[in-house]
Structure formats: structure tokens, C-alpha cells
Design a protein around this ligand. Structure first.
Ligand code: FA5
Length: 336
């Protein structure tokens, strides 16, 4: 067999071998056999130099072509084996599964749901109102006259002329009474906004408003309902007290305190020695409000309250700083 013929035969054998190989170690062996320093194709192309000058160009060209084709076939085989290897890993059914981490309700949402659930069991219905509110519903119809200093109690964030981010959930009282005749037993949860920012006050926070308007409602009903709430939410022996206060839309008004969750009323650092912690604002609905919604104050009476959800969560879970609730730090959130 002449050199030219030899190159053709060995070249084809190399191509076939690279085409059929299906294992990386085998591929390396074939590479060494044909393309290594002493490989069969390498030796053949080296032999071209010992041919008579007239035969060299043709044999040289054939040897180069065979080498090039074999190298290409080698690369193709390498890629094919690499891809199969990756595919094998992806399909390895013996590997342990990856566990998906389950999320959970944020502490605020959970507290809100829990609070509303307690009131629903007491016969209240849950309603909602807008977070961007008009001056009329946030203040005027709640008996805050324009330019009255009582508006200063709430650090309002205005977003337009007579349009603001609601400072409390009390506007839902008016919106509900406009739509519905007594009896009314509602709670209204939602976000509220004030220009406040310290360890117990956040610019965005949450309230649950409560409103009852019915025949013969008295302050005893207010105290009974809020006492039932406090014992269900905190613990069965939680005492409450009503402390005189002022809100333009309730008369009389009362702050409701609960016995300190840490010392039970004896006096400690948390309650600053008083034995009590402030929980919410409340009072008997001021009859002036009934004029805005067309109720007859001789027929019905009612009470209302506004509970800080963030405050309730802080008291229940012993949180020292309200900002923990809004920093999205999983190390904090995953504790609850
Ligand atoms: C009110 O907002 C009245 N609308 C409550 C009310 C409703 C009274 C119905 C009478 C009848 P006050 O401004 O006190 O009241 O806020 C109520 C509660 O919201 C506070 O006790 C406190 O728990 C919470 N709160 C107020 N401002 C903030 C704040 N910046 N960050 C977190 N909680 C707050």
C-alpha cells in the first residue's frame, strides 16, 4: 500500500473511531493513537518528507487534510461527550430533592387577621375604606372643624388640595353610616399614615377601627366588648381600664389601657412604673356625627374605637422597636 493510500485508510479509520466513541477515557486513547506525537496520522504526515520530491505535494496535501478532518472529528466527539455528561447530572434521579422554603404571613397581617377574627366572633362585620382620603371624611365629618387645633394632634401627609393619606381609620365610620342604616357593628382594618417616626411610631402603621350604632348602646357595652377583646387577644386575665381623653368625634372619650403584659400591673420598666399600657382610643359616638349621615340621635346611640395594630403586636410579642416590623429582616420575622 502506497503512502497516499495509507493516509486515506488510516484517516477514515480515525474518523470512524471518533464518531463511535462514547466514553471520555476511550476518546483520549483514540486521540493518542491517531493524533498523538507518535500517533498513526502524525507518523504518516511525517513520512511525506521521505518521498521523492515529485510525489510530496500530493501526499502532503492528503496528509494535511486527513489530520484536519481527524482533529475536527475529535473536537466534535469531545463536545458530544461533554453535553451528555451535563445531561446525565441534570437527570440524576438519585440526588436528594431541593426543599422549597415556605413563606409565612407577616406578623402585622397575622395580628390584623387575629384581631378581626375576634371581633367577627363577637358579631362584627369587616369593611374597608380608601387610604387616600378627602379632608371631609378624615376630618370635617368627624367633627374636626377647619383650622381647629385638634387637627394638630394628627401629623397629616397631604397629597393634594383637601386630599391626604388618611391619618386614622375613623373616616370608615362616616363612609359606613352614609351607606347603611342602623344597626351597625363593623370593624375596619387598614393602613394609616402620619408624619411620625420614633421607636414606637412609624410614618405608615395600621389601625382597626370599630363602630357600633344600635338601640340603647351605652359605655358599658364599650367596656364589655373591649374587655372581651383584650382577654381573647392577650390572655384570659388581662384587665383593662378606661382613662378620660378627648377626640372630636366621641363624647365622652376614653383611652383604653391594658394591665402591663410584663409585670401584670405591679409597675416595671415597660409600663414606666404605672402598671398600665396604652392600647387604643375610644368613646361614645358624638351625636354631632349623626347630623352628617342622617341618623336620629334620639333613636340610636353608639361607641367607636381605634386600635393600633402595630402597638398591639408590640405589646403581645414584646417588641422594643416598631421599626423591626418594617425592615424585612428574616432573622427577626422568622421568629414568629
Ligand atoms: C385615633 O387615631 C382615633 N381615630 C382613635 C379613635 C377611634 C378614638 C374611634 C375614638 C373613637 P390615636 O391618634 O390615639 O387615635 O391613635 C390610635 C392608636 O394608633 C394609638 O393608640 C397607637 O396605638 C396607634 N398609633 C398612632 N400613631 C401611630 C404611629 N405613628 N405609629 C404606630 N402606631 C400609631
Amino acid at each position: 500500500m502506497g503512502l497516499l493510500e495509507n493516509i486515506a485508510v488510516v484517516g477514515q479509520a480515525a474518523l470512524d473511531a471518533f464518531d463511535q466513541v462514547n466514553e471520555a477515557q476511550e476518546l483520549e486513547k483514540i486521540r493518542v493513537e491517531y493524533l498523538g506525537a507518535k500517533g498513526r496520522l502524525t507518523e504518516l504526515s511525517r513520512a511525506v518528507g521521505s518521498l521523492p520530491p515529485a510525489e510530496r505535494p500530493q501526499a502532503g496535501q492528503a496528509a494535511n487534510q486527513a489530520l484536519k478532518a481527524a482533529k475536527q472529528a475529535y473536537q466534535t466527539a469531545q463536545t458530544k461527550l461533554g453535553a451528555t455528561k451535563t445531561q446525565g447530572v441534570a437527570l440524576d434521579v438519585t440526588l436528594p430533592g431541593r426543599r422549597h422554603q415556605l413563606g409565612r404571613e407577616h406578623l402585622i397581617s397575622r395580628t390584623m387577621t387575629e384581631i378581626c377574627g375576634i371581633f367577627e366572633r363577637l358579631g362584627f362585620t369587616v369593611v374597608e375604606g380608601p387610604e387616600v382620603e378627602t379632608d371631609y371624611y378624615n376630618f370635617e365629618a368627624l367633627n374636626f372643624p377647619a383650622d381647629h387645633p385638634s387637627r394638630d394632634m394628627q401629623e397629616s401627609l397631604f397629597v393634594g388640595d383637601k386630599l391626604l393619606l388618611r391619618t386614622h381609620t375613623s373616616p370608615v365610620q362616616i363612609r359606613t353610616m352614609e351607606k347603611q342604616k342602623p344597626p351597625v357593628w363593623i370593624v375596619a382594618p387598614g393602613k394609616t399614615y402620619r408624619r411620625d417616626d420614633d421607636i414606637t411610631h412609624s410614618p405608615m402603621f395600621h389601625q382597626v377601627e370599630g363602630l357600633v350604632v344600635d338601640k340603647g348602646i351605652s359605655m358599658a357595652d364599650l367596656k364589655g366588648v373591649l374587655s372581651a377583646f383584650a382577654t381573647a387577644f392577650f390572655s384570659p386575665d388581662t384587665a383593662i381600664r378606661l382613662r378620660p381623653s378627648f377626640f372630636p368625634f366621641t363624647e365622652p372619650s376614653a383611652e383604653v389601657d391594658i394591665a402591663c403584659v410584663l409585670c401584670g400591673g405591679k409597675g416595671c420598666r415597660l409600663c414606666k412604673g404605672s402598671g398600665w399600657l396604652e392600647l387604643l382610643g375610644s368613646g361614645m359616638v358624638d351625636p354631632a356625627l349623626y347630623n352628617f349621615v342622617g341618623y336620629d340621635p334620639r333613636e340610636v346611640s353608639g361607641f367607636a374605637f381605634g386600635l393600633g395594630v402595630d402597638r398591639a403586636a408590640m405589646l403581645k410579642y414584646g417588641l422594643a422597636n416598631i421599626r423591626h416590623l418594617y425592615e424585612s429582616d428574616l432573622r427577626f420575622l422568622e421568629q414568629f
